[in-house]
Design a protein around this ligand. Structure first.
Ligand SMILES: [Zn+2]
Length: 218
């Protein structure tokens, strides 16, 4: 019912009040006429459903975003994942701290608002981002999201790497991300998997991450 989508919440609330009063009047007026009463009841139930549907969807702003990132692994680099530095014999190679999970998340948030990608905002040739903690980049991105009038509903991310085991660090990662995004811990999901020894991840040459997010209009 696209006709209803242009109504404001206030207008729809008023419509609900008017419709309910009309239904009440019809109910009592048709009390002794069961056929007409039944017809009226069905009509008004349909109308209520249309209005409630319009109220719940027509004025709600929702955006969805997806991000993907990959980094090479090599000796002599730190392994930063989800804002946590994990002790390991190899780390991820990149211009910043090369936190693949936070970069995928930045891209998901930027993508939801069609603001381009992380490379557009933080160029890998710009010396100011050399070795930077990606939590700072995520902080910049969430400020853009808020400036656009949105907050994060929830995020869900998957890390793909062969080693080390990520389980012991997941809570710290989720806590760091929830704090930056200003959302509850149970709105931040991070999973980790391997690629079953296949491909460049399987050969321990690289690490991948996917992330999706929902943004809600303020
Ligand atoms: Zn990256």
């Amino acid at each position: 019912m696209p006709l209803f989508f242009s109504f404001s919440n206030q207008q729809i609330n008023r419509w609900n009040e008017i419709s309910f009063l009309a239904y009440q009047r019809t109910f009592w007026f048709c009390h002794y006429n069961s056929i007409f009463h039944r017809f009226s009841q069905v009509s008004y139930v349909a109308l209520f459903h249309s209005l409630i549907f319009a109220k719940n969807t027509g004025n709600m702003k929702i955006k969805i975003g997806h991000g993907y990132d990959v980094h090479q692994l090599a000796a002599g680099y730190a392994l930063s994942l989800g804002g946590v530095v994990i002790p390991h014999e190899v780390g991820s190679v990149g211009h910043s701290d090369a936190d693949v999970l936070l970069h995928a998340l930045c891209d998901a948030l930027l993508g939801a608002l069609a603001l381009g990608d992380i490379g557009h905002h933080f160029k890998n040739t710009d010396p100011q981002w050399k070795g930077i903690d990606s939590k700072i980049l995520l902080q910049r991105v969430i400020e853009m999201v808020h400036e656009k009038g949105y907050v994060v509903g929830n995020i869900d991310a998957t890390l793909i790497l062969e080693a080390p085991k990520i389980g012991p660090y997941l809570l710290d990662m989720r806590t760091a991300i929830a704090s930056i995004l200003q959302i509850a811990l149970d709105c931040v999901s991070i999973k980790a998997t391997t690629s079953e020894t296949m491909g460049f991840v399987g050969r321990k040459e690289g690490v991948e991450a996917h992330a999706v997010c929902i943004l809600l209009g303020k």
